[in-house]
Design a protein around this ligand. Sequence first.
Ligand code: ADP
Ligand code: MG
Length: 434
Amino acid sequence: MSKRKSKESSLPLGQCISRAQKILRERFCHQSNNGNRFGIESQHKHLVELLKRTVVHGEGNSALIIGPRGSGKSMLLNDALKEVGEIKQIKENVLQVHLNGLLQTNDKIALKEITRQLQLENVVGDKVFGSFAENLTFLLEALKKGDRTSSCPVLFILDEFDLFAHHKNQTLLYNLFDISQSAQTPVVVIGLSCRLDALELLEKRVKSRFSHRQIHLLNSFNFQQYLKKFEEQLLLPAGFPDVCFAEKWNSNIQALLESRTVEDVLEKHFSRSKDVRSLQMLLMLVLSRITVSHPHINAADLVEAYRLQSMDSKVSILLGLSVLEVCLIIAMKHLHDIYEGEPFNFQMVQNEFQKFIQRKVHSVYNFEKPVIMKAFEHLQQLELIKPMEGVSVRSQKEYQLMKLLLDSGQIMDALQKYPNCPTDVRQWATSSMS
Ligand SMILES: Nc1ncnc2c1ncn2[C@@H]1O[C@H](COP(=O)(O)OP(=O)(O)O)[C@@H](O)[C@H]1O
Ligand SMILES: [Mg+2]
């Protein structure tokens, strides 16, 4: 390398790639928002205002953020918290409690978690509380310093809010909303939910204490913005250690966007699901195809990633079956064709399979009945077949009526791809009448 150039640090290609992959993967997986929010500015302003009123002026408040998964609820909240946190006068003076309906599955656990997050374990000690409300009030009282005016604002953030509504008597929600309304301790309760009807889950006494502020996020961006997001997600940041590599990478990404194929794939993906998270999952697959011998993303990578992501999951299950299990599936397919979709039972499948074997001079597929039964049960465990409803379960296993949950297209598709599929088995599948 020339002396002139060595000023600009440069790394071996392998290191460049692993650095780039690390940066991008972190971007895709951690919910940190690298780029701009789009389409949700008004919601952002609304939320910041609301939080400010609590942390600066000591008002109690409550709100719900509602939107489908991946629509940016957590991002919106985190951004707003960050912005509010930068206001000078309140820097160390705000307490946050993060709860998640998937983790705190009942109010007792939730209260323990609140105690832990407020670091009040030593204050609570071995005290015995009469009621839940008493306990919660005690916790909040403990946060007040010397005089009443200087109590800390507390933010309660309830992710998967709708799950809290299933707790017994909705005690936690009732108490939180109740304090958020009473003027003593400034408390703001923010719920995040993907259920549009989350509010309807609340009992009347709980609902009446809620402020009825709702912030909706609706993934309401268009395809052009989506393309922009695509670009934004893949560009390397300015501080990348190897400037030369970063430049090449970024110009390649821009070139990608010109390609017709890329646009087609993204358009298909966009019409299937608009949320940014599924775009990130797609890009994750794209990124994993990058190697030293193939250091830049091309259109084919995207096509392949899209194919992988949109693959029929049942077909991929079929690809992992044993030959015996595949044979049983084929027998079921024939039964399905012969009896025009009527249910079948194990005995019928076995007979069909035997017929296939008897046509061979020397068969490698001679299995004992229990083995075949085991394979049959495995198919049921995988939910490729299922017992008919409303039929008595007491009938013998062999005669229980079953239904096939695959269509012949899926079966043929899987057989095409099945690794080392024996020719006679494949022929048997294609023969219309066995
Ligand atoms: N309007 C938007 N603008 C920018 N990024 C967005 C937007 N909506 C979603 N995202 C991105 O989508 C990803 C998932 O968002 P997240 O807040 O975790 O969704 P949720 O909590 O609603 O399930 C985040 O990486 C976020 O950056
Ligand atoms: Mg979230």
